[in-house]
Design a protein around this ligand. Structure first.
Ligand SMILES: O=C(O)CCC(=O)C(=O)O
Ligand SMILES: [Fe+2]
Length: 189
């Protein structure tokens, strides 16, 4: 028993995570992937670094190089039904999710440890393509990390809010197969 309990605590998910499976059909998934590939994707940029993942922002764009938020073009019609379902998971009005970030991760691309920028509040992600794992960590007073993992099944969605959103960092390890995501966010305050 004494060896079992640390395992259970390590796997406990922080509060503020909700997930829904199969919010899009396989046919809708293929269409969304086609639309994302057709968006003006650019390598994620941070100062002199170019990330391997490709992104495009709708609604609002956060520039990591100068930490500014600016208006971007409106959400396209093809994202609106998806936003409705993402909002339903979060119990929010669809038009509160004012930003949509579309991302394509080709083999070898991932996303490093981070918290989403505090200009945003709620985060609702939709996963397409290869399955992935969203890793979570939080530094403890003793310097070690509490860790948790959220499996991200294709065609499913996840909502990060509260402690999971603000108190923990998340990342996705580079993968062997392509994955696409749509991340809807509300603005803080
Ligand atoms: O691809 C995802 O589902 C997560 C992306 C992410 O964490 C972010 O863009 O902040
Ligand atoms: Fe994130």
């Amino acid at each position: 028993m004494s060896t079992l309990f640390p395992e259970l605590f390590r796997n406990a998910l922080p509060p503020g995570i909700e997930q829904a499976k199969n919010i899009v059909s396989a046919e809708e998934e293929a269409d969304l992937i086609r639309r994302i590939n057709g968006a003006a994707l650019e390598p994620f940029r941070f100062q002199q670094w170019l990330g391997k993942r490709l992104t495009h922002s709708f609604g609002w764009r956060y520039d990591f190089t100068d930490a500014s938020l600016s208006e971007a073009g409106p959400l396209p019609d093809w994202l609106l039904p998806l936003r409705e379902r993402a909002a339903a998971l979060a119990g929010m009005a669809p038009d509160a999710l004012v930003q949509a970030l579309v991302t394509r991760y080709d083999p070898g691309a991932g996303i490093g440890w981070h918290r989403d920028r505090p200009v945003f509040e709620h985060v609702v992600g939709v996963s397409l393509g290869a399955p992935a794992v969203l890793r979570l960590r939080r530094r403890r007073a003793d310097g070690r990390f509490d860790r948790a993992e959220i499996p991200l099944e294709p065609r499913g969605s996840y909502h990060l809010s509260g402690e999971a959103r603000h108190g923990w960092e998340h990342s996705i390890a580079p993968m062997d197969a392509s994955r696409w995501s749509v991340t809807f966010r509300s603005l803080a305050g």
